[in-house]
Design a protein around this ligand. Structure first.
Ligand code: AKG
Ligand code: FE2
Length: 356
């Protein structure tokens, strides 16, 4: 059984040991390594229109109709924002502050926490840039659980700073776990599972083990020529779903027939993307959200995604709710799916399809 680490190691392309450039040293022009060509053809996207007037759904988690609202959003938008999510605003502000603290450090400091070759945690770039054969205007710091080991290297003689950073990350992870447990129930409920069966169903699905999660801090520095660069190219997340906090606008989701739809920045709302594993679970009723991040000339943007998925070795297969319904996808573990995704990228889901 390959591990997530091996899944990334299996990519024949550059892998994710692609270090970001020192964005502070770039003067005036976007270097060739980062010059973006539009429409590289992934996900068969041909429509490059950018739509800013359409508002993606906003779901109030306290609304009694939340399950219906969620069902509609998952079927039609694949991404939406939630309000009344219960995550305290001061906790989010503290997280942003620590995020800014890290990314405004000099390159020498950030590289002390560099990702290992094919690693997931620590400082680095986006491994999907190898598919695009271009680098993104992007740098990130990934964490599974406590970031303490990395912190000790970044701030070797600032115990206080180290503590503040770890504390902000760990508290936020805990909040995210609680929110994702709640969202998972709502998603399964919206697929037609009865409320009274949810706990047992999800317990069995996860084999009564803890979910696998990854917290990531993404940074998109100010760019001298945004028309030539891309923050993060179009992709879907491999998780069940992802909860994302954005500090400023820059996120776009792709919707057939409309093009790229800007997801507005709403203070105290969190963005949810449906991921590939929910496309499998829902037997393709809830497609995974194709999204990307663009950059700009005026502000430094951060986004903070929390990726939520099953224990690595658990088989995920479609939940068949209708009489006579046939599975559209074969079952996979998350590890196996990541391995497939690392080589097939936008064709990963297609490659496990058993019913057209
Ligand atoms: O920055 C964003 O808004 C998107 C980030 C994202 O899609 C990711 O980290 O997977
Ligand atoms: Fe994403």
């Amino acid at each position: 059984m390959p591990s997530i680490r091996e899944a990334f190691a299996a990519t024949p392309l550059e892998g994710n040991r692609v270090f970001p450039i020192d964005f502070n040293s770039v003067e005036g022009v976007v270097p060739d390594s980062h010059t973006w060509r539009t429409n590289p053809g992934f996900y068969n996207i041909t429509d490059e229109r950018i739509i800013s007037s359409t508002v993606t759904p906003i779901i109030d988690l306290n609304n009694p109709n939340v399950v219906k609202d969620l069902e509609h959003a998952c079927e039609n938008w694949y991404a939406y924002q939630v309000i009344n999510h219960g995550v305290p605003l001061d906790m989010i502000k503290n997280l942003e502050q620590q995020c800014d603290h890290f990314f405004t450090l000099g390159m020498k400091h950030k590289l002390r926490a560099a990702k290992e070759a094919n690693g997931i945690t620590g400082y680095g770039s986006a491994h999907i840039s190898s598919f695009y054969k271009k680098k993104f205007w992007f740098e990130s710091f990934g964490m599974i659980g406590s970031p303490a080991e990395h912190c000790k290297k970044i701030w070797p003689d600032q115990e206080d700073q180290c503590f503040k950073f770890c504390d902000a990350m760990e508290k936020y992870q805990k909040e995210m776990q609680d929110l994702c447990t709640k969202l998972m129930k709502l998603v399964i409920n919206s697929l037609g599972m009865r409320s009274e069966d949810l706990d047992q169903f999800i317990g069995n699905l996860m084999m009564n083990k803890n979910p696998e999660t990854l917290l990531q801090l993404n940074s998109y520095p100010v760019c001298p020529d945004p028309s030539k660069a891309m923050g993060l190219g179009a992709h879907t997340d491999s998780s069940f779903f992802t909860v994302l906090h954005q500090t400023r606008p820059g996120l776009q989701i792709y919707k057939n027939g409309l093009g790229w739809v800007e997801v507005p920045h709403i203070e105290n709302a969190l963005v949810i993307f449906m991921g590939d594993l929910t496309a499998i679970l829902s037997n393709s009723r809830y497609p995974s959200s194709i999204h990307r991040a663009v950059v700009n000339q005026t502000y430094h943007r951060y986004s903070i995604p929390f990726f939520y998925g099953p224990p690595r070795d658990v088989q995920i297969s479609p939940i068949l709710m209708l009489n006579g319904e046939s599975p559209v996808f074969r079952s996979v573990t998350w590890d196996e799916f990541l391995l497939i995704k690392a080589t097939k990228f936008d064709k990963a889901l297609e490659s496990i399809r058993i019913l057209s």
